[in-house]
Design a binder for this molecule. Structure first.
Ligand code: ADP
Length: 481
């Protein structure tokens, strides 16, 4: 009977029951085979073996006939097989005989029926006869085998007859019947014990893993998946442990994300609300103040919309829905344009962008996205560069196989252990005040774009001296085409 699981699927039988059923099936098959071969068909098998045995003996004796060791061998074969042997020439005259039953067999003594068997053989199309005949004198069933024989070595043609006793198998059958019953009972018992042991070895760790998985489903990420029993179960436990770690990370990231996003959204929203209330209650009639407050609201709206835009862009980049729109262009020219744009507004913001160009170089990549990378890095450099000298450097360095772009600032630098974190989503150093901190997604977007292009990137930073963010645009761009 199949039951329904919680999610509506039909539940299969438990491992324990299945293994037990398989074992019992095996026991039944063994029982049927033993019964069939050992009990029901024993007599037929015995006769078939005996016939093939006696035919082989006749063949061996025919081949040996005429050789020096024939007599010794014939005697040996006759005794070991309890068989009487009779060899006749083509005229039916006896050439050799050996009797193991003192004339009580069907070939020799009073029972001499050789003549009839010879007639029988001569009339047979098969070239041999094999008759099961009851021997009245010995009160036992016997087998008479006769075939024509030729021995070219001594130029002899004739007939060979062998009469062998058939041992009654009925008593053996009843012994085997009892034996089969005992073996079957033993098999059922050991089958049960073994199936229990196998099921326990496999089933117990699986049950344990299932219990842990249920706890995991309820959000308990501290549970451990223990294997045991067999390699497959160990592997299952390892895979689930890995899944659990990944889930736990995702859960943590999700919590961080919600915390960060809600924090980032709440701050501008609170500001917007506060300033809107101020305009309503206080500065509504004061054009100068109102202007100031409205500007703050606009700034906060911009901040909010850039956060939302960054989130959307990053999710598009990471989900793979955005494809690269690659084209060939001169990177030197593009850098010049970017530098020019930033230099134009640098005076206004009080920093200085120093651009070190190199000779022109054609690259093949998504110009818009690479520009975004450069702008994000310049933007960060402006935000984090030293407040005293306010210098930012943009460099183009042509290398044999690539163009290296460097963006340097003279700020506080980044601690060694933080370097690998800054490219993570929403990572933000605690040292930075909110005014200089953007959405926390800039470097994640940089990373996603550079990864899509398969470009090398990194950051060299010294505390107190500033940082150099770099990436290399490969000029061998076959893989992007
Ligand atoms: P944010 O919008 O906060 O700048 P980013 O993803 O661009 O987000 O940067 C992540 C963090 O990396 C920043 O909060 C800052 O701590 C650090 N960081 C980025 N660029 C620099 C830099 N040029 N100098 C020092 N720290 C930096």
């Amino acid at each position: 009977m199949k039951q329904r699981t919680k999610i509506g699927r039909e539940r299969n039988l438990t491992i324990r029951v299945k293994i037990w059923l398989f074992f019992m099936m095996f026991v039944c098959i063994v029982f049927v085979l033993m019964w069939t071969f050992q009990v029901l068909f024993l007599e037929r098998f015995y006769e078939a073996f005996k016939v093939s045995d006696i035919a082989n003996t006749a063949k061996t004796l025919s081949a040996l006939y005429g050789t020096d060791d024939f007599y010794d061998k014939a005697q040996e074969i006759a005794i070991s097989n309890e068989a009487c042997i009779e060899i006749l020439n083509v005229d039916g005259k006896e050439q050799y005989f050996y009797c193991v039953s003192n004339g009580s067999c069907l070939l020799h003594g009073e029972n001499n029926n050789t003549y009839f068997f010879l007639m029988d053989l001569k009339g047979s199309d098969a070239g041999y006869i094999c008759r099961s005949v009851f021997n009245q004198r010995l009160q036992t069933q016997t087998l008479v085998y006769g075939t024509s024989m030729s021995n070219y070595a001594i130029d002899f043609d004739g007939y060979i007859f062998i009469n062998s006793r058939l041992v009654p198998v009925q008593s053996t059958v009843s012994i085997l019947q009892r034996q089969t019953m005992i073996i079957t009972v033993a098999l059922v018992f050991f089958g049960m014990v073994l199936s229990f042991l196998v099921a326990t070895t496999i089933g117990t760790p699986i049950n344990r893993i299932t219990r842990s998985a249920k706890r995991l489903a309820h959000g308990d990420y501290k549970i451990e998946f223990e294997g045991g029993g067999c390699a497959e179960v160990d592997e299952l436990a390892e895979t689930l442990t890995y899944a659990q770690q990944e889930l736990s990370k995702t859960d943590e990231m999700q919590r961080d994300l919600i915390a960060n996003v809600s924090h980032d959204m709440r701050t501008p929203l609170t500001m917007m609300k506060a300033y809107a209330e101020m305009i309503r209650d206080l500065s509504g009639n004061n054009p100068v103040k109102r202007e100031q407050h409205l500007n703050i609201i606009i700034e906060e709206t911009d901040r909010l919309s850039s956060l939302v835009n960054d989130m959307l862009d990053l999710s598009k980049l990471e989900s793979g829905t955005q494809k690269l729109d690659c084209s060939e262009f001169d990177i030197a020219e593009r850098l010049q344009e970017i530098a020019y744009r930033y230099q134009g507004i640098s005076e206004q913001m009080g920093y200085h962008l120093n651009f070190t160009p190199d000779s022109s170089r054609i690259v093949y990549c998504d110009a818009g996205k690479i520009e975004r990378v450069i702008c994000n890095l310049i933007h960060n450099a402006i935000n984090y560069t030293s407040k005293e000298d306010k210098q930012v450097f943009l460099r183009q360095i042509n290398k044999p196989d690539s163009v290296r772009i460097e963006i340097q600032d003279t700020g506080d630098g980044i601690e060694e252990d933080k370097i690998k974190l800054i490219f993570d989503k929403y990572y933000r150093s605690e040292n930075h005040k909110r005014e200089v901190v953007g959405t926390g997604l800039g470097l994640s977007i940089v990373k996603a774009i550079l990864k899509m292009h398969n470009y090398d990137y990194g950051v060299n930073s010294k505390l107190g001296e500033g940082s150099v963010f770099w990436f290399e645009i490969r000029t061998n761009f076959d893989d992007l085409k």
